[in-house]
Design a protein around this ligand. Sequence first.
Ligand code: HEC
Length: 138
Amino acid sequence: MTKRPLLFLALTALLPFPAAQASDTFEQAKIMAGEMLYKQECRRCHAPDTDHASYGPPLENIIGRAAGTYPDYDYSTALEASGIVWTPAALRAWMEDNDGFLPGTKMRHIGIEDRTVQDFILSYLQSITTRDGSQVTE
Ligand code: HEC
């Protein structure tokens, strides 16, 4: 009788997460993987926010942002005049072949063709997009 609470605890610890929690965990895992890939592929040029020095424009709130509009960043004319809005699809095309997608910008060519890697980086970019929408003036 006295052992039951312990047994109950041991059993619940072994149970899988309820579905909602499991998908949150999956999303968290994607964001963490995306952050690692972002650090490897993008971070040397792009700070996530204005708290850090950034050679390229900071990428906070990038999803849904019009290209070439981060305040006070000195963009190339090509990017500024592009009329692009950074949807997930546009960001995928940019990561895959930025020069092919939009020639003449200042960003060195990157070619991330793996959709899973793109997915992870997009999850991370999404996570820094919703964090503080007020930073961006549009
Ligand atoms: C070698 C430096 C470098 C690397 C690495 C790099 N970028 Fe860039 N990126 C730039 C520069 C510089 C610009 C500004 C281009 C311009 O004004 O023509 C830019 C622009 C951008 C823009 C447009 C932003 C805006 O405000 O319109 C996006 C989006 C972007 N980069 C995403 C990425 C992602 C995602 C990665 C990693 C997968 C990455 N970049 C890797 C240098 C880099």
